[in-house]
Design a protein around this ligand. Structure first.
Ligand SMILES: Cc1cc2nc3c(=O)[nH]c(=O)nc-3n(C[C@H](O)[C@H](O)[C@H](O)COP(=O)(O)OP(=O)(O)OC[C@H]3O[C@@H](n4cnc5c(N)ncnc54)[C@H](O)[C@@H]3O)c2cc1C
Length: 400
C-alpha cells in the first residue's frame, strides 16, 4: 500500500473539521480531510430545523460548560461571531435573528455546508468520504492513518470527529478512543441539551403531551427562561434542554410556570376575583390542559379547607401563599434523559488540561490537535456550539 504525504490529516468533516481544513489549506498546507460518512457536515444539514443556527451574536466563554471555564476564551476571542457573519455575508447567504441573538439561514443549512466546502476547495483540501480510519500510528514526528485500502502520512493530525450524540447520524466515541491512545485524559461524557423523562408521581404530566408554556427552568444555581413542552416521555423545549446540561441524576428541576407574576399575586386575585377557583385563575395565563393538571395536583394543599368548590374567597391567605410558591418552583425529579439518541450535544470529552488553548495542540503530543465537540467545551442551545466548532477549527487551522 502506497502512503500519500500531506502536511495535515483531519479526521471528521463536521463543522470544526471543515473550518480547520479550509483555514489550513488556504495557508498553503496540504490537507487531507477524512470522514466515514458519505457526505460532509451532516449535523449542520439537520441543525436548527434545517436552517442552521450558525452562531449567536452574544457568544462569549460564559455560555460554555467545561471543567476549565477559561479554556475557550482565547479561541472564541480570536474568531468571533462577527467573523463568521462576515464569511456568510461574503457568500451572499441571507440570514435573520430568530431570538436571543440566534442567527439562522433564511434558506437552508445546505448553504453553510456549501460555503465551507467552497472554502475547502479554495485551499485545495482533499476530501476522503466514506472512509473509516482503522489504524492510526505515530513515529518519527509523523502520523500515519490507514483508511480502507489507503494510507496517508502527515506531521499534524487533527481529531474532529465530534461526540457520540445522535449515533444514528454516524456520531461515535472515536475521538475519545484516539485521544486515550495518545495518553490524553477524558472528562466523563454525558448527553446534554436533551429532553427529560418523567416517572413516578410525575408520570401523569405525560398526559399533557404537546402542551407548551413559557417558563423558567432551574437546576442548582442555573436558570433559563424559554419555552417548555410536555412530551409523551416527559419534558422538552428550549428551557428544558438548556437546564439538562446542568442536571445530574437524582437532582430536582424546578419550573416557574408563571414567571411574570409578582409575589402576592394570588392574594391580589382573591381580592379581585374572590368567586374564582384556582383552575379558573390558572386558565388565564396557561394552556387549559396544563391549568387543569396543575390545579388537580394542588388540590392536596386545599385538604384542610372547608368542603365545597374551593373558591379563592374560601382559601386561607397562607394556603394561597404556599400554592403561589409551588407554582413558582414546581419540582420534578426526572428519572433520566432521552440519552445520546436525542441529545443535541455531548458534555465532557477530551480534557482541555492536556491541550493548548491557543492552538488546540496536545501539550505532550506534538502535532496532535483536537477541536469542536470532541473536546470538553459544550455550549448552550442557540448557535453557541457551532461558534465553538468554527473558533476551535480556526485556532487549529492557523497552527497546523
Ligand atoms: C439535531 C441537532 C441540531 C443541532 N442544531 C444546532 C444549531 O442549530 N446550532 C448549533 O450551534 N449547534 C447545533 N447542534 C450541535 C452541533 O451540531 C454540534 O455541536 C457540532 O456539529 C459539532 O461540530 P463538530 O465538527 O465538532 O462535530 P460533528 O458535527 O459531529 O462532526 C464530526 C464528524 O466526524 C465524523 N466521524 C465521527 N466518527 C468518525 C469516525 N470514527 N471516523 C471518521 N469520521 C467520523 C462524523 O461523520 C462527522 O462528520 C445540533 C446538534 C444536533 C444533533
Amino acid at each position: 500500500m502506497k502512503t500519500k504525504q500531506y502536511d495535515v490529516i483531519i479526521l471528521g468533516a463536521g463543522g470544526a473539521g471543515l473550518m480547520c481544513a479550509s483555514v489550513a489549506g488556504q495557508r498553503g498546507r496540504k490537507v487531507l480531510l477524512i470522514d466515514h460518512a458519505d457526505e460532509p457536515g451532516k449535523k449542520i444539514l439537520i441543525s436548527g430545523g434545517g436552517r442552521c443556527n450558525f452562531t449567536n451574536i452574544y457568544a462569549s466563554a460564559e455560555q460554555f460548560i467545561s471543567a476549565n471555564p477559561h479554556f475557550a476564551k482565547s479561541a472564541l476571542g480570536r474568531y468571533s461571531p462577527q467573523d463568521f457573519i462576515d464569511l456568510v455575508e461574503r457568500y451572499g447567504i441571507a440570514y435573520h435573528e430568530k431570538t436571543l441573538g440566534q442567527l439562522f439561514c433564511d434558506g437552508s443549512a445546505k448553504q453553510i455546508v456549501d460555503m465551507l466546502l467552497a472554502e475547502c476547495d479554495e485551499g485545495d483540501v482533499e476530501l476522503a468520504l466514506g472512509a473509516a480510519p482503522d489504524d492510526i500510528s505515530q513515529a518519527d514526528g509523523h502520523y500515519t492513518v490507514t483508511y480502507g485500502a489507503q494510507s496517508a502520512r502527515a506531521s499534524s493530525l487533527v481529531i474532529a470527529t465530534g461526540g457520540p450524540s445522535i449515533p444514528k447520524m454516524g456520531a461515535t466515541g472515536f475521538a475519545y478512543d484516539l485521544a486515550r491512545q495518545f495518553g490524553l485524559k477524558i472528562v466523563e461524557p454525558r448527553p446534554a441539551l436533551v429532553p427529560f423523562t418523567l416517572g413516578g408521581d410525575d408520570v401523569l404530566f405525560r398526559e399533557l403531551s404537546g402542551v407548551s408554556a413559557d417558563v423558567v427552568a432551574r437546576c442548582g444555581d442555573m436558570q433559563f427562561r424559554e419555552g417548555a413542552v410536555f412530551t409523551h416521555k416527559g419534558l422538552s423545549g428550549p428551557s428544558i434542554l438548556q437546564i439538562s446540561s446542568y442536571w445530574r441524576h437524582g437532582e430536582p428541576v424546578g419550573i416557574d410556570f408563571l414567571p411574570d407574576r409578582e409575589p402576592g399575586w394570588l392574594r391580589a386575585e382573591k381580592r379581585a376575583r374572590h368567586r374564582s377557583t384556582i383552575k379558573n385563575i390558572l386558565s388565564d395565563p396557561l394552556p387549559g390542559r396544563l391549568a387543569t393538571a396543575l390545579a388537580g395536583q394542588l388540590d392536596d394543599q386545599l385538604d384542610d379547607q372547608p368542603e365545597g368548590p374551593k373558591m379563592l374567597a374560601d382559601i386561607k391567605d397562607t394556603v394561597l401563599d404556599a400554592i403561589e410558591a409551588r407554582l413558582a418552583n414546581w419540582q420534578f425529579i426526572p428519572n433520566g434523559t432521552e440519552g445520546y439518541a436525542k441529545a443535541e450535544v455531548t458534555i465532557g470529552g477530551i480534557s482541555t488540561d492536556g491541550l493548548s488553548q491557543k492552538t488546540m495542540e496536545a501539550r505532550k503530543v506534538p502535532g496532535l490537535y483536537a477541536i469542536g465537540e470532541a473536546i470538553d467545551v459544550t455550549g448552550w442551545l442557540g448557535g453557541y456550539n457551532f461558534q465553538w466548532a468554527w473558533a476551535s477549527g480556526v485556532a487549529a487551522g492557523q497552527a497546523v
